[in-house]
Ligand binder design. Structure first.
Ligand code: UD1
Length: 370
């Protein structure tokens, strides 16, 4: 039997690891150990998701918590290495692009353990983004690279990754979305927030480039001020953004905007319902660009570039950057013009995790691990 360690650490990892752990539990060829690094640890940033997504409790929690990038990465490495030495897995499976992803992959690579990276190949071509560094480095040391969209395959080819390591398999985050839709429909979040279907906007912001710089955050708030005159805006505030609002004059300004509703981060099912029924989503998240494409909800991405270009060419996404005028221009277009037809990206069909496990087992046989 294969021994597989699956690693998750931060909020967007949980939606990706859930279908993988499930698919691995259904194959007779593997046993799985789930490791949570503890990069995210708040009830609302972590535990809520395990319940909502039906992920079994992690077998091990490294409890690294929040610290600088170097310390966080190093702490995951220090605490993950003895686990790999004790359990000697055949594979370490990492997902996404957070610090925990890179840290776990580095440990496995130094111990000669095979690495599978799920959501490989995405590139923003912006090396000031911590996630871009994590993506490039994790991909460089992975043995199997599971890719969500054709741009990822092209990027890896350009970087010289051998074709036989690269597998276009679809999107595990969409596996989770499709599996959760009917349960999310039962969420009472619209009633709780006293809002009506298709008559409100949703905002999420957490990228350091948007929320750590007061001028940029202020320019985004100015756009929200105008949009809030049209419709209520629900803004579940990420801890990083909350800290920045509270430590600058922006917090008071945000509170004064009637109909900009600052709420705590939501669980997966409530947030899915909130997104699905909204008129428009404004975000700097990666995953939300993909989820809105599947939900058919217009998405304005408050960044200059996206590592998920298929959400623009085929989906509902458009890039605005963070200037007030650009955000408002895109918002008005979305509000006043009919939406262009959406084409669901190939393989975003709910079966990506099964494909990944099949390929993992096949590759293991070829390597003599099974
Ligand atoms: C991390 C990921 C980012 C991902 C995001 C989703 C990296 C480099 N960044 O960014 O890719 O999109 O998660 O949320 O890995 N905090 C809490 N409670 C928590 C977690 C964090 O209060 O449970 C606060 C801490 O003050 C911390 C800050 O949020 O300093 C930022 O957390 P951190 O994990 O360092 O980065 P994120 O901005 O969440």
């Amino acid at each position: 039997m294969l021994k597989v360690i699956c690693v998750c650490g931060a909020r967007p990892n949980f939606m990706k690891i859930a279908p993988l752990v499930d698919a691995l539990s259904r194959t007779p060829d593997a046993t799985t150990i789930l490791v949570h690094t503890g990069q995210h640890y708040d009830e609302r940033m972590s535990r809520l998701f395990f319940g909502d997504l039906g992920i079994p409790a992690p077998d091990l929690n490294l409890e690294v918590g929040s610290c600088s990038h170097a310390v966080q990465t190093a702490e995951v490495m220090k605490r993950f290495e003895p686990i790999c030495i004790e359990h000697r897995p055949d594979w370490v499976v990492v997902v996404g692009d957070v610090n925990s992803t890179l840290a776990a992959a580095l440990v496995a690579s130094k111990l000669g353990i095979k690495i599978a990276h799920v959501e490989a190949g995405l590139r923003s071509f912006d090396r000031t983004m911590p996630e871009e560094i994590n993506r490039v480095l994790t991909d460089a040391i992975s043995d199997l690279l599971f890719v969500t969209e054709p741009s990822g395959v092209e990027n890896l080819r350009r970087e010289g990754v051998a074709d036989d390591k690269v597998h276009l398999v679809g999107n595990v985050m969409i596996d989770t979305l499709l599996r959760s839709r009917s349960r999310a429909d039962g969420s009472a979040i619209l009633a709780t927030l006293r809002i009506e279907k298709k008559k409100y906007a949703v905002v999420t912001l957490h990228r350091p480039s948007n929320v750590d710089d007061v001028k940029t955050f202020s320019s985004i708030l100015a756009a929200l001020e105008t949009i809030a005159r049209d419709m209520p805006i629900i803004f579940p505030v990420h801890p990083r953004s909350r800290k920045n609002l509270e430590t600058s004059e922006l917090g008071e300004r945000a509170k004064r905007i009637t109909d900009l509703r600052l709420v705590e981060p939501l669980g997966y099912l409530d947030f899915l319902k909130l997104m699905a029924d909204s008129a428009v989503v404004l975000t700097d998240s990666g995953g939300i660009q993909e989820e809105t494409t599947i939900l058919g909800v217009p998405c304005l991405t408050l960044r200059e570039y996206t590592e998920r270009p298929i959400t623009i060419t085929q989906g509902t996404n458009r890039l605005t950057g963070s200037s007030t005028e650009a955000i408002l221009k895109a918002y008005r277009e979305v509000r006043d013009q009919p939406m262009k037809p959406v084409k669901v990206p190939d393989l975003w069909d709910g079966a990506a995790a099964d494909r990944i496990v099949t390929r993992l087992v096949t590759a293991s046989r070829a390597l003599g691990l099974l």
